[in-house]
Write a new protein. Structure first.
Length: 67
């Protein structure tokens, strides 16, 4: 399995619903699992990116299709 670092930012809607970020992270993990991808870690950050996800996927194509 290949490891991928995903840098993400909240949309305007995501910022308005920031209190739901934990449940949205859980939903992201479940969607990834259904696609054969494992979310190893999630980090909420300050600065240019709001979230960093460390994921494992079988290959580049699977990661790209999911993300």
């Amino acid at each position: 399995m290949a490891t991928f670092i995903v840098l993400a930012g909240f949309t305007d809607q995501g910022i308005r619903n920031v209190k739901e970020t934990i449940s949205r992270a859980d939903a992201f993990k479940e969607m990834a699992k259904k696609s054969g991808i494992t979310v190893k870690d999630l980090y909420w950050t300050l600065g240019q990116y709001d979230v960093i996800a460390v994921c494992e996927a079988p290959d580049d194509e699977a990661a790209t299709a999911f993300l």
